[in-house]
Design a binder for this molecule. Structure first.
Ligand code: AMP
Ligand code: GLY
Length: 422
């Protein structure tokens, strides 16, 4: 089978890596891919979605997988489907679950899915009135996509009102802030749950935890994610059941009722407050770096999983999940997340420890080939992934691998998976 993967990050590399080990897959294309995906297949630089569609037809692609949210929100799935191509991901209408926080919150309310108390409005006085009923900290969110920066946790009512003003005026996030959500602050711990959906049926993957802050101890600015691990011990069978019953099933039912059945990865950001599940957000794609640590845990065919989800045929599929643990540590460039850094050559020392070789690998993200050499050219450069019989063993291997990888300005957190090892 021939597969096309849209995207260029570590997430797309890890999907490609899993597919490259799948006997069913003969060729993988990445659009546009990165400096390392070309070792797993072929990169294609596309001009626009029509160009990409022509490419998929010309290469007789059997399955296209969409990595990032932007092409989903743009409607690439609709374009491919109108042309009878098989593509894994939600339609443009279903991608609104991530593209619009107002749509998401109203959807949660309509279908009685537990979430933080909120209002959404474009009126400063309405939002201010609601702020005055809350106890700080207060959460203020811009409606549209803001590259992960549209959420402000305000320490006081005044700060919350200031954040609302900045959004409504367009100053903070342009059009994305024209409507604003104000919601209560939830105090608990966060989990990410990923369900692969075909509109009707779903398969749940092991729950993961991301580390969004730049620095150890969850300090410093928010990033795309500095590391992740799965499965997390912070969830048990009972909580999985709650999440399925109270969140996954009503979400799929609700999306069907809205006439926008949900196909693709449903990434549910949850806060567990005193044992109760609350939805923080949906994303309509895999998390990055969560994807990099979930792919190695899928033991059955990854091709089948995505293909059957894309063809409404998940019902009869059994997926096999490894009982191992997986930890991923992001190595970022010097000035991440503030500004881009000068390209830096990546040197990887030979690994002679067989156990490490067999139980770790790199998922490449912000890398390019310059003069036949691999350079760090992006914010998040690569992810060192370790597998083990326990989180501790997986983490030790991931950090052992980190010690073998060098480039100028390399930075990483040293405490990935700490919540599982307390
Ligand atoms: P979101 O993009 O909505 O997931 O928000 C980004 C981050 O802000 C989340 O991962 C949480 O850490 C935090 N956050 C969002 N909403 C809330 C809330 N109601 N209470 C506490 N923290 C929140
Ligand atoms: N790692 C979080 C995300 O991809 O949104």
């Amino acid at each position: 089978m021939k597969v096309l993967i849209i995207g260029s990050g570590g997430r797309e590399y890890s999907i490609g890596l899993a597919l490259s080990q799948d006997a069913k897959v003969e060729k993988i294309y990445f659009a546009p891919g990165n400096g390392a995906t070309q070792n797993l297949g072929e990169n294609y630089q596309y001009r626009d979605y029509d160009d990409l569609l022509d490419f998929a037809k010309k290469k007789s692609i059997n399955l296209t997988i969409v990595g990032p949210e932007a092409p989903l929100v743009d409607g690439v799935v609709d374009i491919f489907k109108e042309n009878n191509l098989t593509i894994f991901g939600p339609s443009k209408a279903a991608a609104k679950l991530e593209g619009s926080k107002v749509f998401m919150k109203d959807f949660l309310k309509k279908y009685n899915i537990p979430t933080a108390k909120y209002i959404q409005s474009d009126s400063l006085s309405e939002l201010t009135d609601f702020i005055n009923t809350l106890t700080p900290p207060i959460v203020v969110k811009a409606d549209g996509l803001c590259a992960g920066k549209g959420v402000i946790i305000a320490p006081s009512k005044d700060e919350a009102i200031k954040a609302v003003k900045g959004m409504l005026s367009g100053e903070s996030f342009g059009d994305a802030g024209k409507r604003v959500i104000v919601e209560e602050f939830l105090d608990g711990y966060e989990l990410s749950v990923f369900a692969i959906c075909d509109g009707e049926n779903y398969k749940i993957l092991p729950a993961a935890q991301d580390h969004k802050r730049l620095l150890d101890g969850d300090k410093g600015p928010n990033t795309g994610g500095m590391g992740a691990y799965a499965p997390t011990p912070l969830i048990d069978e009972k909580l999985y059941e709650e999440i399925e019953k109270k969140v996954v099933v009503p979400t799929l039912e609700g999306m069907k009722k809205e006439a926008t059945p949900y196909e693709g990865v449903l990434f549910i950001g949850l806060m567990i407050v005193n044992g109760e599940v609350k939805v923080l957000e949906y994303n309509v794609r895999f998390g990055d770096p969560e994807c990099e640590i979930l792919m190695p845990l899928i033991q059955s065919s990854v091709y089948d999983l995505f293909f059957k989800a894309a063809t409404k045929d998940l019902k009869n599929l059994d997926i096999k999940i490894s009982d191992k643990s997986c930890v991923g540590v992001v190595l970022a460039s010097k000035d991440y997340p503030y500004s881009s850094s000068k390209p830096a050559e990546i040197i990887i020392n030979d690994i002679d420890n067989k156990e490490l070789l067999d139980n770790s690998h790199i998922s490449y993200a912000g890398v390019s080939i310059i003069d036949d050499k691999l350079f760090a050219t992006g914010g998040r450069v690569l992810i060192c992934v370790g597998l083990g019989d326990s989180i501790k063993e997986a983490r030790d291997r991931a950090y052992d691998l980190v010690g073998h990888v060098h480039f100028m300005g390399k930075q990483c957190r040293m405490d990935i998976a700490y919540q599982a090892l307390k």
